[in-house]
Design a protein around this ligand. Structure first.
Ligand code: ZN
Length: 414
């Protein structure tokens, strides 16, 4: 076995061959002269052999996966050929995508690393700078998403996310059946969401949407009611629970402000406890909440109301759910808690968009799950300065396209 063959075996190079090797930069870089395997040159579009007419003078360089701390580069001068069908084209390069400066398996590893760790760590593993990494990532994702269309959208979710410290927002559209993100647009105004419906979906596709879910903001409600003529609009459970939690927290804050130093001790640690769903509480938690009955009546009252409201999601038919809501409103309005009363008012206004929940069975698990992943992505990067970088990672982790899967399977080496 020659050294070149040995390197070829060692680096698991299959579809092409290694002609020569050199070490450069005090053995930190391994440069391999490679060549597409067969004699002659193939057309990249039809895979038939073409007549070689020209060899590119300056050789091209591709970065491959590093091996044991050594950076690996491929070097080759591609040839131009005449294909009988496609005319003059550059020959087929088996190890990398057209115009790419890195090999397929490098791209694959980059995608997998970026979906599980910080870009800083991924850059260290791949021995490239962080800016090169995010540049490469953007190119790969743009390439794989090119010409990609929204397909089979029947259940749509719309939400807004902030992607930068300060107030920069993006609108994000989910497919609730496939639980993935299908579109991201800059801003959270009506224009943004209208752009999605106008440009991304055909009239037929808009008609196929049977259910839609969003938060209580008028922008999204208005857009859904305008564009999705056949959809039942259901308000997202996640956002309603959040609104109620905030109302309860408002009560807690008020009481905190009023309390004396000693009383405040008793109110410590309540914030997260009050947020918890009853099924996520330990007995100890419930006990300390119950003790509020003696400690602070107003917070206790707010908590009881919040816990009672959980029952709403369990109903299976609209009539009994409506009865429940009516009696809950009554108790809530008697509570003399302003923030809770305000919540009642909002819910009452949107009641007809809330009640279908019990029959459509649209769960919030999906959008909540996606939201959680997006939050992880955001925290991992500790904020994004531009939306492109953020959407790249969203599409990579929860997009409607398996992006690493778009790379030919034989290059899925890590
Ligand atoms: Zn061809």
């Amino acid at each position: 076995m020659s050294v070149c063959q040995f390197i070829q075996r060692l680096l698991n190079i299959k579809a092409f061959s290694v002609k020569d090797y050199t070490f450069r930069n005090w053995f930190t870089e391994l440069w391999l002269e490679v060549k597409p395997f067969k004699n002659g040159a193939l057309c990249p579009r039809c895979n038939r052999r073409g007549k070689i007419v020209h060899t590119v003078e300056t050789p091209r360089i591709w970065r491959d996966l590093p091996v044991c701390g050594r950076q690996v580069f491929f070097i080759y001068s591609p040839r131009e050929i005449i294909c009988r069908t496609h005319g003059r084209v550059q020959e087929f390069i088996p190890w990398a995508a057209l115009y790419s400066r890195v090999t397929y398996r490098f791209e694959y590893s980059l995608l997998v690393y970026c979906s599980t760790m910080t870009q800083k760590a991924a850059a260290q593993f791949l021995k490239i700078s962080q800016s090169t990494l995010s540049d490469l990532l953007h190119r790969i994702i743009t390439r794989t998403r090119q010409g990609h269309k929204v397909r089979n959208l029947r259940s749509i979710g719309i939400d807004e996310i902030s992607y930068c410290k300060g107030h920069k927002y993006a609108t994000i559209v989910y497919d609730l059946e496939k639980s993935c993100v299908v579109w991201i647009g800059k801003g959270k105004a009506r224009d943004t969401i209208d752009t999605f419906f106008r440009n991304e979906l055909s009239n037929f596709q808009r008609g196929r949407i049977i259910s839609a879910s969003c938060d209580m903001c008028e922008t999204f409600i208005g857009a859904i009611e305008k564009w999705c003529r056949n959809a039942t609009l259901v308000l997202d459970r996640f956002h309603i629970v959040k609104a109620l939690n905030e109302a309860v927290d408002e009560v807690r804050k008020e009481e905190w402000r009023k309390a004396s130093k000693d009383d405040r001790k008793a109110l410590k640690g309540l914030r997260w406890l009050l947020y918890r769903h009853s099924s996520n509480r330990t007995e100890e938690n419930t006990k300390s909440l119950r003790s509020l009955y003696r400690g602070n009546r107003r917070i206790h009252r707010a908590w009881i109301l919040k816990d009672e409201f959980e029952q709403f999601w369990e109903f299976k038919d609209q009539a009994s759910a409506k009865d429940f809501l009516d009696s809950w409103y009554k108790t809530a309005n008697r509570s003399r808690l302003e923030s809770i009363k305000k919540f009642v008012k909002t819910i009452k206004k949107h009641e007809h968009r809330l009640l279908p929940f019990v029959e459509t069975g649209l769960t919030n698990a999906i959008s909540e799950g996606i939201n959680r992943i997006i939050k992880i992505v955001k925290n991992r990067a500790s904020g994004f300065s531009n939306l492109e970088a953020f959407s790249d990672l969203i599409f990579l982790t929860v997009g409607d396209l398996d992006i690493p899967g778009q790379i030919p399977a034989k290059f899925h080496a890590l």
